[in-house]
Design a protein around this ligand. Structure first.
Ligand code: TXA
Ligand code: MG
Length: 541
């Protein structure tokens, strides 16, 4: 079959795509998540052909795409209250809502189920094509079954050229992973597949939201899975991928010891690696990881990668969607090179990091106080001391040969450039000392080692951590705490707080956020440690 290439920005091409779809043909279309293999959702023969073209098992239902709210009503028995709230908050956008279907939707489209999955994409061309077709469009991801979903036009061509009537070129997809799928059919809304709308965002709108166990874990053989798509082999490139659950430094050591492997790492980490690196997104930005992931999987195939070691995405926010896809691409293989848990603990001044740190110590964790490490004058010696004197003046050494920390601080914190100079000189020695402290704790048998560091990120110490926890609190509470604790003026308190990073800065860079506005209970601490997997709930260690 000849496949026509159409262009998303051309109105005439949109009409052609609409005509093909109206006539019962198949067109691959761009959406904001991934490309979809679209056909008339109300025609059983068309749905049957979609399954054939994709090579997809016919019990795995298709998503029905609409362009406006009034197109929803004919497809469903009724619109539950929760669906109304979700549609108002997230449509058009990367969210698919499962509801009870009406008789209009053929069972061929829903894989034999009595429910239908509906989504209103935000991509303007996708909506224009649905409008031009005049019918709702069934559109699974436009890849052959089992292969990574296509987030770029070229990937669609690789899989579908010659198998469909047309492919619409819309460039790269903004989100890059498929939509979040949520069912509102049961008593409590339940996420069946994480995606561009995060579980946290859904909870903010609906309150209670469950996450199906199949999102994180391999469904047991023959288990009944709520979302049939979850049970199939998915997103698999030809390479054998293994996720490495470790700090960046431990990851780099492990990968460098396997010179024949390829590193699926984050941008900016390549410098530490002596093997070929395929980066996807930035460590602190799950959206960028989602955007790059499938293209990176395609690249692995293109370069003929055989053994791939991947960095571990965070399981919160959109990171959960990235983890969900990657763990499937890795056939659930996770490797732990070092069985210690280095947990970075950070947060804003006055948020109460020290109380959390004391709690963790009481729970049996080894705690390294990074402030104490950096305050130790013995740390700054030799070349480091020479460099400090060169940058900040010989007189920063007191006559007794020790460092005049106050004078150094005055000069180094006078302006941003000086601060940067100080950091460039001192951070490497601080990191070395922290590495040594971690090794000491590990040698003494500690399983969970907490790096209590107000400037964890600024010092680059997050590269030593397998997990990161931020302690945050409301601004007014933090202000009151530092006023009382440090005996400073309200102006000074404001100045210090103004120099702090925002809540979002910490949240994006953390695996876990503890809100210490009213306090953190031991139960919350245990829950966190259990969520990391470093200790079972109620387990004294
Ligand atoms: O972002 C997306 O959702 C993309 C674009 C093209 O819109 N589409 C997509 O479709 O990813 P597909 O077919 O590859 O994945 C649909 C997922 C499958 O895991 C399927 O099992 C689930 O949604 N699903 C669809 N209808 C369902 C239903 N009635 N009940 C439970 N799960 C359903
Ligand atoms: Mg798919």
């Amino acid at each position: 079959m000849d496949t026509r290439i159409l262009h998303a920005e051309q109105a005439y091409d949109i009409e052609i795509a609409g005509g093909i779809l109206r006539a019962g043909g198949l067109v691959a279309i761009p959406t904001e998540t991934v490309y979809g293999l679209a056909g008339n959702a109300l025609d059983p023969a068309v749905s049957a052909r979609i399954y054939r073209v994709k090579g997809r098992p016919s019990d795995n239902p298709l998503i029905v795409h609409i362009s406006a709210m009034e197109e929803l009503l004919p497809l469903v028995e009724s619109v539950p209250e929760a669906a109304k709230k979700l549609a108002a908050a997230f449509w058009p956008g990367p969210l698919t809502i499962i509801m009870k279907k009406s008789n209009l939707v053929p069972k061929e489209t829903t894989g034999g189920l009595e429910t239908v999955a509906v989504r209103m994409p935000s991509h303007p061309a996708a909506r224009a094509i649905i409008r031009a077709a005049g019918v709702p469009l069934a559109a699974p991801s436009a890849n052959l079954s089992g292969l990574p979903s296509p987030s770029a036009f070229e990937h669609v061509c690789d899989d579908l050229m010659g198998r469909v009537e047309a492919i619409v070129d819309g460039g790269d997809c903004a989100v890059g992973v498929e939509s979040t799928v949520i069912t509102v059919v049961g008593a409590v809304p339940r996420v069946l597949r994480p995606g561009g709308v995060s579980v946290e965002q859904l909870r903010a709108v609906l309150g209670e939201v469950e996450v199906d166990p199949a999102v994180l874990e391999k469904p047991a053989e023959n288990a009944r899975v709520a979302s049939p798509g979850m049970k199939y082999k998915h997103y698999a490139p030809k390479a054998e991928i293994t996720i490495v659950d470790a700090s960046l430094e431990v990851y780099a050591r492990f990968v460098n010891a396997h010179p024949e492997s390829v590193a699926l790492c984050f941008h900016g980490e390549e410098d530490l690696l002596r093997v070929r690196a395929v980066p996807f997104g930035r460590a602190e930005d799950a959206l960028s990881q989602a955007h790059d992931l499938f293209a990176a999987l395609h690249t692995l195939d293109a370069i003929g990668a055989k053994t791939v070691y991947a960095r571990m995405p965070r399981k919160n926010g959109v990171g959960l969607a990235v983890y969900n896809r990657l763990i499937r691409a890795a056939a659930f293989r996770v490797l732990v090179p070092e069985d210690v848990w280095v947990v970075g603990l950070t947060g804003q001044t006055g948020a109460g990091k020290s109380t959390v740190s004391a709690r963790l110590a009481a729970r049996g964790c080894a705690v390294i106080d990074c402030d104490q490490v950096t305050r130790d004058p013995a740390l700054y010696s030799g070349d480091c001391l020479k460099a400090l004197q060169k940058a900040f003046g010989r007189d920063i050494m007191k006559p007794d040969g020790t460092l005049d920390r106050r004078l150094l601080a005055n000069r180094a914190f006078a302006d941003a450039d000086s601060t940067q100079t100080l950091n460039r000189i001192t951070h490497p020695v601080i990191l070395d000392r922290l590495r040594a402290a971690i090794a000491e704790c590990a040698a003494a048998g500690a399983r969970v080692i907490v790096l209590d560091a107000p400037t964890l990120f600024e010092a680059g110490a997050e590269r030593l951590c397998r997990r990161i926890v931020s302690v945050l609190a409301d601004r007014a509470v933090r202000r009151a705490r530092i006023l009382q604790r440090d005996g400073i003026t309200p102006q000074e308190a404001e100045r210090r707080m103004g120099a702090q990073q925002t809540d979002d800065f910490y949240a994006e860079r953390s695996d876990y956020v503890l809100d210490n506005t009213v306090g953190v209970t031991d139960a919350e601490i245990d829950e966190m440690l259990a969520a990391f997997g470093c200790v079972k709930q109620g387990d004294g260690f």
